[in-house]
Ligand binder design. Structure first.
Ligand code: FAD
Length: 453
């Protein structure tokens, strides 16, 4: 009989994005011998591609800016965004655990001054964090505390004994995990099979996110009877240029700065202040499955160079932002009938001027917040964008302490999950910045639960 190699650890973390690194750091600094397996040859996953926005309430930055936020308001905004589908106990655990995210960002000295209102928020709660600095700092802390990082090592399956998860098998080697395993394998945005299974209506969204995010952790836990949450609500994000590459994203949400969205007929089709996930679904129903962000010089001046989602300079350099001196010329360049676009803008500007009667009920820049301005100052601009499956916010069902639960609600002993592999937090839609906050906070919570035994 062939002898199988076994390496012994107290804990094994699968996946080297933010959730995995946060869990490994916490486990190692709490004295656990931990191994972190990463499928690709370097850590990062979707985290490394992300904009770096964190949703946090009651921060020093908000106080300095005079933003009146609170944990209760954060909770009620998330409830509203999730349209009643989000799991209240997970939302409460997220809000209570923010302290872990704030502490890590402090230690890494990774804050920037950028603070804004974004999708799903009623106040400025999106904090821009230098995500690479944060990841590098957590990894360095983990390694300094003795964590063993193993890139290029995809986990293949969970090892179970008497109903308890006791380790992981990776490339023929078994890594035993005396206290348990943390799944932090990210979502399934790169798995055509799982996207077709859960959200066939989103099939036309451009696959995106970390290249290794093929739902491996979800399948491994599923094989042990894990329950799922929110998977049917998964939606792509609107705002990405169709020619973007795998390793760099090109998202713009000029609509949150005052642009409108029009289809190839020059017609609006949605309230542009809605979540970019809601808009993502709406754009998939438009001709050619794309939409133009159309705006004027006033909105153009609101660009924030270097700030993800608001950086128009970079898109201009890439030649992806087009401009023209008149609406008619802009329309002609886009292949839209000029009279259609002129009519659409005249109707929109009339609704803005009178403060009522918008055809799609738009009342603010983003999520009903922020004063609208007419689109009438030349030159005029357009950015052509599609819906990209950047993240899949549905996944494994977990308890507030990050233990993975079976379909019947019982816990799978020795198995924890954190980050995008987990569902239940977002419900029907997604508030900007909650994916990164969730990854960091629940990476720490999973580690603490595992240590507590
Ligand atoms: C373009 C873009 C912009 C975004 N911007 C934001 C933002 O500003 N704010 C926000 O909150 N969210 C944002 N998101 C979403 C957010 O980045 C992710 O939800 C979050 O980073 C997920 O972290 P994670 O640690 O769970 O997963 P990831 O960071 O994706 O890490 C998972 C890791 O697990 C590895 N893995 C997978 N399977 C295996 C296996 N079998 N064995 C070993 N390793 C495995 C993967 O290779 C990957 O490295 C964005 C996403 C994208 C794509």
């Amino acid at each position: 009989m062939m002898r199988r190699d076994v390496r012994s650890f107290d804990a094994v973390v699968v996946g080297g994005g933010l959730a995995g690194v946060a869990a490994a750091q916490r486990l190692a600094t709490r004295g656990h011998r931990v191994a972190l397996l990463e499928k690709r040859d370097r850590l990062g996953g979707s985290t490394a591609l992300s904009g770096g926005w964190f949703a946090l309430s009651g921060t020093a930055a908000q106080k300095r800016a005079g933003v009146g936020d609170s944990d209760e308001l954060f909770l009620s905004d998330m409830r509203e965004t999730g349209a009643g589908y989000a799991d209240e106990s997970l939302l409460r655990a997220l809000v209570a655990g923010q302290v872990h995210a704030i502490g890590a960002i402090d230690r890494a000295d990774a804050w920037t001054d950028e603070l804004k209102v974004s999708a799903g928020m009623t106040v400025a709660r999106a904090h821009l964090v230098r995500i690479d600095a944060l990841r590098a700092h957590l990894e360095a802390e983990a390694v300094a505390a003795g964590a063993v990082i193993l890139p290029g090592r995809p986990a293949d399956r969970l090892v179970v004994d008497g109903g308890r998860v006791i380790g992981v098998e990776a490339a023929g080697e078994e890594l035993s995990a005396g206290s348990g395993v943390v799944l932090a394998t990210g979502g399934f945005s790169r798995s055509r099979e799982l996207l077709d299974l859960f959200v066939p209506h989103q099939a036309a969204a451009m696959p995106y996110g970390g290249v290794g995010n093929t739902g491996d952790g979800l399948r491994m836990a599923w094989m042990l009877g894990a329950g799922l949450a929110d998977v049917g609500h998964v939606s792509g994000t609107y705002g990405q240029h169709a020619e973007t590459t795998d390793d760099e994203h090109e998202l713009l949400t000029a609509n949150y700065l005052g642009a409108i969205l029009v289809n190839t007929r020059g017609e609006r089709f949605a309230d542009e202040s809605a979540s970019y996930k809601v808009l993502g679904a709406a754009v998939l129903g438009q001709p050619g499955r794309m939409a133009f962000q159309v705006f004027d010089a006033v909105v153009r001046a609101r660009s924030r160079p270097g700030v993800p989602l608001s950086d128009m300079e970079r898109l201009e350099e890439l030649g992806h932002l087009v401009s023209a001196p008149t609406i008619a010329a802009l329309a002609a360049g886009l292949g839209i009938r000029p009279e259609n676009l002129e009519r659409t803008l005249a109707q929109y500007n009339r609704a803005v001027a009178t403060g009522s009667g918008d055809a799609f009920g738009r009342t603010g820049l983003v999520n009903g917040v922020g004063a609208l301005t007419p689109i009438d100052t030349p030159p005029f601009f357009a950015y052509a964008a599609v819906t990209a499956m950047t993240s899949t916010f549905g996944g494994l069902r977990v308890a507030p302490d990050a233990a993975v639960e079976r379909v019947d609600g019982t816990r799978i002993d020795g198995l924890f999950a954190a980050g995008e592999v987990v569902g239940g937090f977002h419900g029907a839609s997604y508030m900007t910045g909650t994916a990164l906050t969730k990854a960091l906070v629940f990476g720490v919570i999973a580690a603490d639960t595992l240590v507590a035994g």
